[in-house]
Design a protein around this ligand. Structure first.
Ligand code: PMP
Length: 355
């Protein structure tokens, strides 16, 4: 023990999904988009004037905020952008969860929430999902210091309805409620329209999944003018220049191509629905995921063993060694061809298991 040890802010870190770098791997472990970003993104990159890099970027991220406000039909002062939605969520935890009462989030959910809560010394309570991994909204009627959950949930893919979320908002008007819509574009209905009614609602989304820009790190939040104002105060007090010139230019190009966006979403959701049928035929059990991944379990196969067997073949999926879900795998939806490689492997695996 060093004498200064007692002064350290110790954290048990979040463990991000593996980012292996193999020539012929099939990467279905971190919910990335298998299709490239919109063509305008490449064009913005190739025409980018590197001389601009001498100068600091716009701390208000104006060009991107304007594009977002236009696309989502909100006021510019209702938009906040950050370095991926992880950055936006971390800032939001720090800004909005400052009560002695515990914040509430589901027991099975994005595994960063408890890490931020621990890191920022925010008391929290994990509220168990029901046996089908759905939120029981009545559990959130008690006093708390704030509420956060993803919709669709991760890693389950389960989608809660706008009506149920509105009910939850009605019962939680004196705290901030954060809806993490990282996967909403793949089939869910956003609660964005509820912003007009609830000034304590923060809706967080990302460019990492539906806009194919995980590597550029862009996330954003919509909220009332007051909430976004408080978020900006905290952001400016940490690092005013979070968004680089390049992130602003490429992010703006991505938002401006609605046609490409819709086409990509359509391809991914069509593949997902096909894969659901194939997985059911293989005996897997899973919910009706509305995200770009499936969360599956098999009555005869151990998830961990299957995970290892897939990894041997350089097929990467996600396995969580956690209570209630340690016999599940989360599998990202890739292209049709990629999913065929996975399905071929699984059919063979099934045959070997029988022998
Ligand atoms: N929320 C959820 C539910 C997620 O699964 C992820 C992806 N790990 C994020 C937020 C963060 O994504 P990003 O920082 O790439 O926007």
């Amino acid at each position: 023990m060093k004498p200064w040890d007692k002064n350290i802010r110790r954290v048990v870190p979040y463990v991000p999904g593996e980012q292996p770098d193999q020539p012929h791997m099939l990467k279905l472990n971190t919910n990335e988009n298998p299709y490239p970003p919109a063509p305008g993104v490449a064009e913005a990159l190739y025409t980018f004037d590197t001389d601009r890099l001498r100068l600091y970027p716009d701390p208000g991220a104006g060009v991107l905020i304007r594009a977002m406000a236009k696309r989502y039909q909100v006021q510019e002062d209702q938009v906040f952008v950050g370095v991926g939605s992880d950055d936006v969520l971390a800032m939001s935890f720090l800004t909005f969860f400052n009560s002695d009462r515990p914040i509430f989030f589901p027991d099975i959910t994005y595994s960063f929430y408890d890490v931020w809560a621990e890191e920022f010394r925010i008391p929290y309570e994990r509220i168990p999902l029901d046996e089908r991994f759905r939120i029981r909204k009545e559990d959130y009627y008690r006093e708390n210091g704030g509420v956060v959950f993803p919709n669709p949930n991760a890693p389950t893919g389960e989608l809660e309805s706008v009506d149920d979320i509105e009910d939850l908002l009605q019962h939680n008007q004196d705290v901030v409620v954060i809806v993490d819509e990282a996967y909403i574009d793949f089939g869910g209905e956003s609660v964005l329209p509820l912003l007009d009614k609830y000034d304590n609602l923060l809706v967080v989304q990302t460019f990492s999944k539906s806009r194919s820009l995980a590597g550029m790190r862009i996330g954003y939040a919509f909220g009332s003018r007051e909430l976004i104002g408080y978020l900006n105060d905290v952001k400016y007090s940490f690092n005013s220049y979070t968004m680089s010139h390049l992130a602003l230019a490429l992010g703006t190009a991505a938002v401006e191509d609605e046609t490409y966006f819709q086409e990509t979403l359509h391809k991914i959701t069509a593949t997902r629905e096909r894969v659901k049928k194939e997985f059911a035929a293989l005996g897997f059990r899973f919910g009706d995921s509305q995200a770009n991944f499936l969360f599956v379990t098999h009555p005869n196969w151990r998830a961990k063993e299957l995970f290892e067997a897939l990894k041997e073949e350089h097929i990467y999926v996600r396995y969580f060694r956690k209570p209630r879900i340690d016999n599940y795998l989360r599998i990202t939806i890739g292209t049709d061809d990629e999913m065929d490689v996975l399905l071929d492997f699984l059919r063979d695996y099934g045959k070997q298991e029988k022998n």
